[in-house]
Design a protein around this ligand. Structure first.
Ligand code: FES
Length: 145
């Protein structure tokens, strides 16, 4: 049986925003879910620590595509510090909820964002702050990054 998606999930899945790749990105994050095989790539453009642009390419289920799409809208105009506070719970809430068995799909968006921000710090030669440093270590150990 098809999951019971909110209108907003269906709308973002059928009309995803910001699909593609930011040219010469300031940060690139790519994460996968080793269980279902879905992959999300997020690229960001950053000026003065403010995310000016964000684009995604996701090979995945409807929930993964909808969460990727809304995430790009949520991060634009936010500072790096504000973006780091965006949790998968906030993404799910912005979508009007996700069926419980699809909630793990929203974690991919949170992880891709943290990965892109870590990459931004690396490219700028800045130390990657906690908690994303340990989160990325955890992702590497789980084979997701
Ligand atoms: Fe893999 Fe949704 S089933 S992210």
């Amino acid at each position: 049986m098809a999951p019971d998606y909110s209108d907003k999930v269906i709308e973002h899945f059928t009309n995803p925003r910001n699909v593609g790749v930011v040219e010469n990105p300031d940060g690139l994050g790519k994460v996968g879910n080793p269980i279902c095989g879905d992959v999300m790539e997020l690229t960001i453009a950053v000026t003065d620590d403010v995310i000016q642009d964000a684009k995604f390419r996701t090979f995945g289920c409807a929930a993964a595509i909808a969460t990727s799409s809304i995430l790009t809208e949520m991060v634009k105009g936010k500072t790096i510090d504000e973006a780091l506070k965006i949790s998968n719970g906030a993404v799910v809430q912005a979508l009007g909820g996700l069926p419980s068995k699809k909630r793990h799909c929203s974690v991919l968006a949170e992880e891709a964002l943290q990965s892109a921000i870590a990459n931004f710090y690396e490219r700028r030669g800045r130390a990657i702050p906690e908690p994303i440093r340990s989160r990325l270590k955890h992702l590497e150990q789980a084979g997701k990054h």
